[in-house]
Ligand binder design. Structure first.
Ligand code: KIV
Length: 265
């Protein structure tokens, strides 16, 4: 199987075959995901999932570059998207410099930026420089220092109209995909119907052309963490990890590990 192309994903929008996307931050997870999902996102959610940060604002360019490289190194089939971290795309110049740096270093296919009306011109500018952009609208986590304050958007007519206009303008600015985060069913349906580029939803209903989730959430690495309702746990990996650790500790204490099989003579 060769690498999936953007053209093929555009056709999938027409044929209504949903596009799949999960995050990855490391080489082993990237290897498992490769070819199973269409898109792999090296999200700035790395800050909260891997580094224990309370939001994504402390994630910097170096963190994103290194995790992106770890992921893209072995990815042969899926397309890859890397997040531009907080305060790295405030002007056209800053955005271009940092986008080139991150893409050159990681060889990812797309960069994703959190967008609103204030940075449409930046999307247009980056596109004119041949940088492939994924825009992210609705709830944009870099705006929040406290994630418990996050609420869905697209409830009033005015909000829906603004989101729709923003999505259309971002498409015209050259975005290849638009991530819709925590947007109401009605608004997500309307936006998806209106656009010719695919929408990828997170907490935005199954009317989107595709879905993205954070891998740590579907695996349930942190069962104690309060999670938004759009997350579904597909397994409980923390139970398996705990079991393996308990067995290791027991074996070591009982001197069952290492056995002669694990030792050099
Ligand atoms: O950083 C991230 O993981 C994201 C989401 C869309 C999943 O931006």
């Amino acid at each position: 199987m060769s690498k999936i192309s953007y053209k093929k994903l555009l056709l999938r929008k027409k044929n209504k075959e949903a596009i799949t996307c999960l995050t990855a931050y490391s080489d082993p997870i990237a290897k498992i995901l490769d070819g199973k999902v269409d898109l792999i996102l090296i999200g700035d959610s790395v800050g909260t999932t891997i580094y224990g940060m309370s939001n994504t604002r402390s994630v910097n360019l170096e963190i994103m570059k290194n995790h992106a490289k770890a992921v893209t190194k072995s990815v042969k089939k899926s397309m890859t998207i890397v997040d531009m971290p907080y305060k790295t795309y405030r002007s056209k110049r800053e955005a271009l410099k940092n986008a080139i740096e991150i893409l050159k270093f990681s060889k990812a296919d797309f960069i994703k930026i959190e967008t609103d009306r204030s940075n449409i011109e930046i999307v247009k500018y980056l596109t004119s420089k041949k940088i492939k952009i994924v825009s992210h609208i609705g709830v944009t986590p870099q705006k929040y220092s406290d994630f418990s304050k996050i609420k869905s958007v697209g409830k009033t007519d005015k909000e829906i109209e603004n989101l729709l206009k923003l999505a259309i303008d971002l498409q015209e600015a050259g975005s290849k995909f638009i991530v819709l985060e925590c947007i109401t069913i009605f608004a997500a349906k309307k936006i998806t119907k209106k656009l010719s580029i695919p929408t990828i939803g997170i907490g935005s209903s199954n009317y989107c052309d595709g879905q993205v989730l954070v891998i740590d959430d579907i695996l349930n690495f942190s069962p104690d963490k309060r999670k938004p309702k759009f997350i579904k746990n597909y397994t409980n990996i923390s139970i398996n990890i705990s079991k393996a650790i308990e067995e290791f500790v027991k074996d070591v204490k009982l001197k069952k590990f290492p056995s002669s099989k694990n030792s050099y003579s």
